[in-house]
Ligand binder design. Structure first.
Ligand code: DX5
Ligand code: ZN
Length: 221
């Protein structure tokens, strides 16, 4: 199933609650929450207090993307704050399997993520253990960058691996998705689409409606 996961990184934080309600009303089911620590990536965003605060007001599925060093240190806290799925970078820890188990132990869904330069082989051994693989199509750290189309080859490779093993692992693409390239991203094999600026910049209703329409049309093919 194709899923749209709007990234609140590009939202207007003054109106965050309203904007979350708006995407929810338009039929969105996921919310992508980017956590950056200024160590794994150059920038710093938000963390558990923000997640806990919005958790009280919505039942959206919280897709939490940890761009932090040593994610294993914070799994319990993110789970408690209200994450439904915790995705971490394989480049950020030397304890990938332990971190996966820790997230599972908290009863949350698990995702692993690959930076643009990381080969698909880095995810291969964990495919059976995770619910989702996130293929970054920009260098993690900032919204509004241009999609690196070479990364879509990795999406296709992972899709082939998942199918060859008869798995139902979701494949998420994050970074530079637009109304114009979303179909290309889906064709490459992704089924969970993160969109920050393509949702929250300009008209949210037009953006979400167009993205969802294109995603449904692609699915019906
Ligand atoms: C970037 C974040 C993304 C970001 C995407 O490091 O992981 O989730 O919000 O923003 P856009 O869709 O604007 O490229
Ligand atoms: Zn993200």
């Amino acid at each position: 199933m194709n899923i749209l996961s709007p990234s609140i990184l590009s939202a207007d934080f003054w109106n965050l609650g309203e904007q979350i309600r708006e995407v929810e009303r338009l039929g969105v089911k996921y919310l992508h929450i980017d956590v950056m620590d200024g160590v794994f990536v150059p920038s710093i965003t938000y963390g558990m207090p923000l997640i806990a605060s919005i958790r009280k007001h919505t039942d959206l599925f919280f897709d939490v993307h940890l761009m932090i060093a040593e994610p294993e240190r914070y799994v319990e806290e993110f789970a408690e704050s209200g994450a439904d799925m915790i995705t971490f970078h394989v480049e950020g820890t030397d304890q990938v399997e332990e971190t996966i188990q820790k997230i599972r132990g908290c009863g949350r869904k698990v995702g692993i993520s690959l930076c643009p330069a990381t080969p698909v082989e880095a995810a291969e051994a964990y495919l059976e253990m995770v619910d989702m693989v996130l293929v970054m199509t920009v260098e993690p750290g900032f919204g509004g960058q241009k999609l690196i189309s070479k990364c879509l080859d990795k999406v296709a490779d992972i899709r082939r691996m998942v199918e060859a093993r008869g798995l139902s692992t979701d494949i998420q693409v994050d970074g530079g998705v637009t109304l114009d390239n979303v179909e290309q991203v889906l064709r490459a094999g992704a089924n969970v689409i993160v969109a920050g600026s393509a949702v929250f910049k300009n008209d949210i209703t037009v953006n979400v409606t167009t993205l969802l329409e294109k995603m449904r049309a692609q699915e019906a093919r």
